[in-house]
Design a protein around this ligand. Structure first.
Ligand code: AMP
Length: 117
């Protein structure tokens, strides 16, 4: 089965770009669960956190740093008066993973509950 996020990376499916560079791409989630809901994905197809290898460590570090840059750009930093944000990566069916191309959700601009549902 074709990976929907790989199609987005190849521009075969439209997306609302938030950030792009050689390693990662960020875009708005099509079904937002909060006023800010952005997906950050690596250009490399990795199915999920369980499929990460040691060679992917720089990609994931870059991806998380990108999340921080985007949050900063959107004024979400708690250290600068923003309300904060949550980064989530669902791994496997019990966690609710529905797309098997690793991604981090950046969710913000509403009070989030804990524990998650
Ligand atoms: P997960 O359920 O953690 O695997 O997250 C997958 C996310 O991808 C969900 O929040 C979906 O709403 C989102 N999604 C699926 N297809 C698209 C798409 N074509 N464009 C943007 N977001 C999408």
């Amino acid at each position: 089965m074709e990976c929907i996020f790989c199609k987005i990376l190849r521009k075969e499916i439209p997306s609302k770009e938030v950030y792009s560079d050689d390693l990662v791409y960020a875009f708005e989630d099509i079904n937002p669960v909060a006023p800010v809901h952005i997906l950050i994905i690596p250009r490399k197809h990795i199915e999920g956190l369980d499929k990460l290898s040691q060679e992917d460590i720089p990609i994931i570090g870059h991806l998380l740093y990108t999340a921080k840059l985007i949050a900063n750009r959107l004024g979400l930093d708690p250290s600068s008066g923003g309300g904060g944000y949550r980064i989530v990566s669902n791994c496997g069916k019990d966690a609710g993973q529905s797309v098997y191309h690793i991604h981090f959700h950046l969710i913000a601009k509403r009070q989030l509950g804990w524990p998650p549902g």
